[in-house]
Design a protein around this ligand. Sequence first.
Ligand code: HEC
Ligand code: HEC
Ligand code: HEC
Ligand code: HEC
Length: 205
Amino acid sequence: MKEIIHGSILRSLVLGAVLLTSHLALASDKSVLDRIKAANEPFDTMKIDSTHPLSMKTVRSNDSYQGGTFKVLTRKDSIERFRCSGCHKDKKVQVRDGVSFTHGDIVINHGSEGTSLSCSDCHNEKERDFLVGKKGQKIDFDHSYQLCGKCHFRQKSDWVGGAHGKRVKYWAGERVVYNCATCHNPHSPRFKKRMPATFSRPLDE
Ligand code: HEC
Ligand code: HEC
Ligand code: HEC
Ligand code: HEC
């Protein structure tokens, strides 16, 4: 009996000492905010890109949102006929039915009623490896969102802010988003109308 009482007094003494020292340690720290900051530091400086590499190719966007940059999925590696300069050199390509032979699959269904856009609204006529900006400047195919932005500025600014389009990965760390052409075919950008798929059984079955 005695031993048990002794044991428990001893245990509470030890416990008290531990509590006292930890309390002292806390009291010696600075403010609560400072402690939270110190605990977050390793995460704030963590490079997520290196710990979880993205399997898709990206480029840094030429736009920034609230001072921060973001990345965009590339396009050039998914364009079948790139590089265009393989055929489009300084001379006109001399092939009979050249256009239909090489680009006959391209159907333009883009523009206002009746007036379809023409190739040269978007493609640089002198340097086919590039698209063409508002002032005739070259636009890289990986940055084709800049081309779309010259006519669709509302969707473009929504996209820059993250309201239109899709973020690929990462809630923390740098934003990586789909390019406009990842979703829209620039030659025929509207999506087909479709009924929502339904898999529930009819009620009377
Ligand atoms: C296999 C060869 C080949 C490749 C590769 C090629 N083109 Fe062409 N392209 C032609 C030929 C041939 C013509 C018709 C003659 C001409 O305009 O020089 C043509 C015509 C065009 C025209 C004018 C069409 C018209 O209706 O006036 C555009 C625009 C064009 N090409 C864009 C491109 C772009 C952009 C690429 C790269 C993504 C590309 N081409 C890659 C062969 C090619
Ligand atoms: C609204 C702008 C726009 C118009 C108009 C346009 N293009 Fe394009 N075109 C693009 C963009 C942007 C791409 C790159 C698509 C991508 O990233 O997949 C492209 C891609 C292409 C390619 C490469 C496709 C492939 O996968 O090999 C060819 C060839 C081409 N365009 C030819 C033409 C021709 C010919 C015309 C006119 C008849 C034309 N384009 C009209 C914007 C346009
Ligand atoms: C030279 C100007 C111009 C460029 C560049 C351009 N577009 Fe368009 N786009 C138009 C016009 C004009 C319309 C028709 C507008 C309408 O019907 O209200 C249109 C229509 C559209 C539509 C259908 C809109 C609707 O209400 O159904 C989509 C989607 C679209 N464009 C996407 C794109 C994408 C993506 C790009 C870049 C690859 C692009 N556009 C580049 C002028 C342009
Ligand atoms: C994740 C895929 C995705 C990306 C990326 C994307 N869009 Fe769209 N976009 C859509 C969808 C889905 C719609 C709605 C289509 C519908 O209602 O039929 C749409 C609609 C549009 C329209 C029609 C008008 C409207 O606002 O509904 C335009 C114009 C357009 N997009 C332009 C662009 C441009 C320019 C970019 C790049 C800056 C872009 N989109 C990037 C999926 C995308």
